[in-house]
Design a protein around this ligand. Structure first.
Ligand code: IPT
Length: 962
């Protein structure tokens, strides 16, 4: 006997079509008067392991879901239920299921969601117009029933879908049932580098649609920079009037009107409030007048070429995943504005629409990117790539139109992006064609199209400095079309772990070549998931069978949105005012690096700092009307007389917000510059004391040494442990580099050479007349290379001077991670120093390191990179005091201190692996290798490599109370 059982049909899950039953896409807006009901909140929830694991009787009214669990909508079920509902999966490029499009695994976690709701008592009569049920985001495929009626199903996780439900509603006890499948044909189009997180993760809303209410509308609001006039025309599917009281505008929909306006730019986000009124509804409009065009081979807004100082932003919250509330979105925008960021690429999907409202309001240029990535097909040379297979084109066009229609009324959106890392193909061309025809007022971007067949700009990711420079010079070749187009780096400066390094070097290239219109750092935020076990979890922490580790933690802010040093560096590198000078000639050059704004929002203050402390301050009269691109030379006052001589002095000039702005408080620092007024006197320690030997101990000034080994024991009675040469650092993600990188990957090479296990051979301890000399050779096992290292100690009675001479031996082919001495202090907490601060800096990440006298604690010196790695160095340190020890450098040094060793730091996978020991380990480095961006970009530039060569450096050590 043969038979077939027919399970419930779940064919739609693997259907390449975008879905069934949804209304055509349209503008997303909040009505002034039509009612709406948020259906967010607690929903009943049942998880099945397969798409057909449960029948659909739950959708019937009267179904008793009393024993179901509950989840919060919006949310991802894998982040709720304490692990009872499965776990997140992180993969970068690879699909976490077999690649056999459009088929998905039988094991397809499926969440049935049930919500019963009443209409509010003031909900208009059910006969008055209709109602629409809107889903703003569901991953990855949903089927929907209302009051037992199957109303359709959809894919396109980060796009809005609406259903007409007016006929189905009743006053009380409406049953909304939503079945969500984690995997669907749509998953093949959603292979973005992020956690796979199923669920109804954006709002669900019921919208009343009165008769003759607004359906869809398109606000066209251009700006003519030659006349100073804006032209407004609002196309509306339903006729009505448009009023803008401030501009005395009152016109019919469809009619253009031209009036004098202030334009909208990201720097001056001028919005005009208007209303679109139809017979049935009033819709508030926030109108920004601006014109985006490709002219003279450049991206121009309001007639001017703009420079993107951007970031790639994924939506992220450490507890709620991609379910973001308004305050979190606002926090992102405010943080960006306060760090001089002027642009966002919404990598790699349209964000929650409220985020774009914030970009309109606070001012950010937006590249709105479609919810599309098929990166995993690269593993099979792009065979079967959906974007080159006509069967998928309707789904691609659906995604393109859902993005454009939803977001078309935002002045902040200046560029549409087709998606990310999807190869090339006819489907993408079809998307570009459709977008170009639907919206002629914006440009089209797609990085994968190096010939620029479909795009209005040449875009690349992670092109190195040299190539970017060549592109800037127009020497990069390419198709005829490409050569006519401007260039952007849609991703650069991979902010994974410590770094990115070398972004100041990029910025110089961006500013030197008109064609290069800036870039977008990858990426805004670390996608760490708050987790009791690890603090923050990353890929692999949930036992995923395939994962890409901490590659998901590569943001400028930590998961809790604390800025990382990378963001502080970026803020300095992209500051909109350049303050340069040579303090000795009495002038400072101020350059307006905005594209549109003058300097009237800023005040300038100077301080004259002696040995890191301001001795006099004042304001600097910088012309407020200084035009974008223009510079002014401004006279500094006479330096304070009594402060000269014998000390290091410098000028610090800061540009501050003159008044509270929408995004920053009065006094918020926007830009700064520092330049020397008098050079630092080098510390001198006369060698006047003589070493004295007694009971196996050598005493030299305040220092005691082991007579046999020459090891320093104490200074002024304060114990010092294990002072010796140190070349190892816990490799950073950028030291390790990504597997596909063409440049040398030093993390691995260093380890192979054994720089993490250097042996110190003692050759001689020599007591001289006024010095103690310890000769050593520092080298790794199994290698012939070594560093002949001589420690020479002298003292003037109060202070000890250590001079370290390093003489390399053998054929060194690698630079060093670091070069300096490490020592242990039995106890230390407070740290003060004069040098770069307040945050960390490395050779190619120290633009933001400001010279001053800083104070911190050992704990606070640590930068909590989610995967522990080298961090926390303070650059250009003249002197530092820690644990009763004072260190004066000759020359300046890099200062690092922590409660664990570099080896322990290196061994840790999560911050929770680091436990403070009894000793505080202090590194005084003469050199540090730069950081680079090789975790996904170019390595450390040659000028920041710490090449092996003879070196000599000194520190003066003394005991202090601190
Ligand atoms: C590039 C991706 O576009 C981005 O999503 C992210 O994965 C980034 O890299 C690395 O974090 S693609 C890369 C293979 C160049």
């Amino acid at each position: 006997m043969s038979f077939r059982t027919t399970a419930m049909s779940t064919d739609y899950v693997e259907d390449v079509s975008p879905g069934r039953g949804a209304l055509p896409p349209r503008a997303w807006y909040a009505s002034s008067d039509a009612g709406s009901l948020s259906l967010n909140g607690s929903w009943r929830f049942r998880l099945s392991p397969t798409a057909d694991g449960a029948d659909d009787s739950f959708a019937e009214p009267g179904y008793d879901a009393g024993d179901w669990a509950e989840v919060t909508v919006p949310g991802h079920w894998v982040l709720q239920g304490d692990g009872a509902f499965g776990a997140p999966i992180y993969t970068n490029v690879r699909y976490p299921f077999p690649v056999d499009p459009p088929r998905v695994p039988t094991q397809n976690p499926t969440g049935d969601h049930l919500h019963v709701f009443d209409l509010p008592s003031d909900w208009p009569g059910l006969s008055d117009g209709g109602a629409v049920l809107r889903f703003d985001g569901v991953e990855s495929c949903a089927r929907v029933w209302l009051n037992g009626t199957d109303i359709g199903e959809f894919k396109g996780s980060r796009l809005a879908h609406e259903f007409a439900v007016g006929d189905l509603l009743k006053a009380g006890g409406n049953v909304l049932a939503v079945r969500v499948h984690q995997w669907s044909a749509g998953s093949y189009l959603e292979d973005q580098d992020q956690w796979w997180l199923p669920g109804i993760f954006r709002d669900v809303t019921l919208l009343h649609r009165p008769a003759a209410s607004v359906l869809d509308f398109f606000v066209h609001s251009s700006y003519d920079h030659t006349t100073g006039e804006g032209t407004l025309r609002v196309e509306s599917d339903v006729e009505g009037r448009v009023t803008v009281p401030e501009l005395d505008i009152d016109v019919r929909t469809g009619d253009p009107v031209t009036v004098a306006v202030e334009p909208w730019t990201a720097e001056t986000p001028r919005l005009y409030d208007g209303v679109l009124v139809t017979a049935g509804e009033r819709v508030p409009l926030r109108i920004g007048f601006r014109t985006v065009e490709l002219a003279d081979g450049l991206i121009k807004v309001n007639g001017k070429a703009i420079l993107f100082k951007g970031v790639n932003r994924h939506e992220w919250h450490p507890e709620r995943g991609r379910a973001l509330d308004l305050e979190t979105m606002r926090a992102d925008v405010l943080l960006m504005k306060r760090h001089n960021v002027n642009a966002v690429r919404t990598s790699h999907y349209p964000p929650h629409p409220a985020f774009l409202d914030l970009c309109d309001e606070y001012g950010l240029w937006v590249i709105d990117e479609c919810d599309l990535e098929t990166h995993g097909f690269t593993e099979q040379n792009w065979r079967d790539n959906p974007v080159d297979d006509d069967r998928w084109t309707p789904a691609l066009l659906d995604r393109a139109s859902r993005m454009v229609e939803r977001d078309k009324n935002h002045p902040s959106v200046v560029i549409w992006s087709l998606g990310n890392e999807a190869g090339t193909g006819r489907g993408l061309t079809a998307m570009a064609k459709w977008i170009h025809s639907r919206d002629t007022s914006r440009l089209v971007h797609y990085e994968g199209d190096w010939d620029c067949r479909d795009t209005d700009m040449y875009s690349r990711m992670y092109a190195d400095h040299a190539e970017t420079e060549r592109i800037g010079q127009g020497l990069d070749g390419g198709t005829h079309k490409r050569r006519q187009l401007p260039f952007i780096l849609c991703e650069y400066g991979h902010a994974m772990g410590n770094g990115p390094g070398g972004i100041a070097d990029y910025q110089r290239i961006f500013e030197a070549h008109d064609r290069v219109q800036g870039g977008f750092i990858w990426e805004w935020i670390d996608h760490g998931i708050k987790d009791e076990r690890f603090g923050y979890a990353y890929g692999g922490d949930f036992g995923e069978e395939l994962h890409d580790g901490n590659f998901v933690c590569d943001g400028l802010v930590f998961p809790d949105r604390t800025p990382s040093p990378g963001l502080v560096e970026y803020k300095k590198v992209i500051e909109p005012v350049r303050i340069e000078g040579d303090g000795r000639d009495g002038t400072v050059r101020v350059t307006n690096a905005y594209d549109f704004a003058d300097l009237s929002a800023l005040t300038f203050v100077w301080s004259y700092d002696v040995d890191g402390t301001a001795v006099e301050t004042g304001t600097l009269a910088v012309p407020a009307t200084l035009a974008p691109g223009a510079s002014a030379d401004v006279k500094l006052p006479q330096p304070p007389v009594d402060a000269r001589g014998g000390a290091e002095s410098l000028w610090t000039v800061r540009a501050l917000l003159a008044e509270e702005s929408a995004w920053g408080p009065e006094g918020h620092q926007v830009a700064w510059g520092q330049f020397p007024a008098s050079a630092r006197p080098t510390p001198t320690v006369a060698a006047s004391a003589a070493p004295v030997l007694a009971d196996g101990v050598i005493t030299l000034g305040p220092g005691t040494f082991d007579a046999r080994t020459g090891a320093l024991r104490s200074i002024g009675g304060r114990e010092v442990r294990d002072l010796r040469l140190d070349v190892w650092r816990a490799p950073t993600d950028n030291d390790d580099g990504a597997a596909w990188q063409p440049d040398e990957r030093y993390g691995m090479l260093w380890r192979n050479l054994g720089l993490h296990r250097m042996q110190h051979r003692l050759d001689a301890v020599e007591s001289g007349e006024d010095s103690l000399t310890v000769r050593t050779r520092v080298a790794p096992a199994a290698a012939e290379v070594g560093l002949n290292t001589v420690y020479r100690w002298t003292s003037d009675g109060d202070r000890l001077k250590l001079t370290v001479s390093v003489d390399p031996e053998g054929h060194w082919t690698l630079p060093l991670p670091r070069l300096g001495v490490r020592l242990g202090l039995p106890a230390a907490d407070r740290v003060t120093w004069f040098g770069g601060g307040p945050g960390e800096g490395y050779p190619d990440t120290k633009s933001a390191s400001m010279l001053g006298r800083w104070e911190s604690t050992v704990n606070d010196l640590q930068t909590p990179y989610l995967r522990p790695q080298e961090n926390g160095a303070r650059a250009d340190v003249r002197w530092a005091e820690i644990g009763g020890l004072r260190v004066d450098g000759d020359p300046e040094f890099w200062f690092t201190a922590r409660r664990w060793t570099s080896e322990q730091l290196d061994a840790a996978d999560h911050l929770t692996d680091l436990t403070p020991g009894d000793t505080v380990w202090v590194n005084l480095d003469h050199g540090q290798q730069g950081i680079g961006s090789q975790s996904c970009g170019p390595g450390t530039l040659p000028q920041y490599l710490l090449r092996v060569q003879p070196a000599e450096f000194s520190v003066a050590l003394s005991a202090v109370d601190n």
